[in-house]
Design a protein. Structure first.
Length: 183
């Protein structure tokens, strides 16, 4: 990697990458720095959760689609059961996805959750149990995205494998049919 290149170079979607990272950073930064400037727990809770919710929405509905070609959602069926729904780009489009964008997407998802876990440990050690609530909400939003996109990625791999095996089987059967039709 050439470190002399501009930061945004080699990213296929630098704006999407920026917004993917900025809401995570904003929620973490506000939570960490708010202790210095704000005395109200309610303000800290509300602003941090709003920033984390914006991050959740951006990741789930925008950056997941653009950076890795995946989208997930959860529905309740007629029996009241929770059903996960997954959407992914076709195989050719997934193969064209930018590796750097994908790398940024997955690493920031995991690092964000890890940062909230570390902050949760600090809050427990300092006996600030009300702040654990803020961290719990932010962490649950981040983990929901991790679980959703991980399941979606596994489902996409299954679809690609099924498509590949179907293509190979149809190709093989057409070859057999053409061999017997010549006779």
């Amino acid at each position: 990697m050439d470190f002399n290149q501009p930061v945004g170079q080699n990213y296929a979607n630098p704006r999407t990458c920026f917004f993917h990272v900025i809401f995570k950073a904003a929620a973490l930064a506000f939570y960490i720095l708010s202790a210095l400037f704000v005395d109200s727990f309610v303000i800290i809770f509300v602003v941090t959760v709003i920033l984390a919710a914006l991050d959740f929405w951006v990741v789930k509905n925008v950056s997941g689609r653009i950076l890795v070609g995946l989208r997930w959602w959860n529905e309740i069926d007629d029996q009241g059961e929770s059903v996960w729904k997954f959407e992914c780009l076709d195989q050719q489009s997934l193969a064209r996805m930018n590796k750097k964008d994908s790398w940024l997407f997955w690493w920031t998802l995991y690092l964000n959750a890890a940062a909230w876990i570390v902050l949760g440990i600090f809050s427990l050690v300092r006996f600030e149990f009300d702040y654990v609530l803020v961290i719990g909400v932010c962490l649950s939003l981040g983990i929901a995205n991790i679980i959703g996109f991980t399941k979606c990625r596994k489902d996409a791999k299954k679809q690609i494998q099924a498509f590949a095996s179907q293509t190979i089987a149809s190709h093989f059967s057409s070859k057999i049919q053409s061999a017997f039709s010549v006779v």
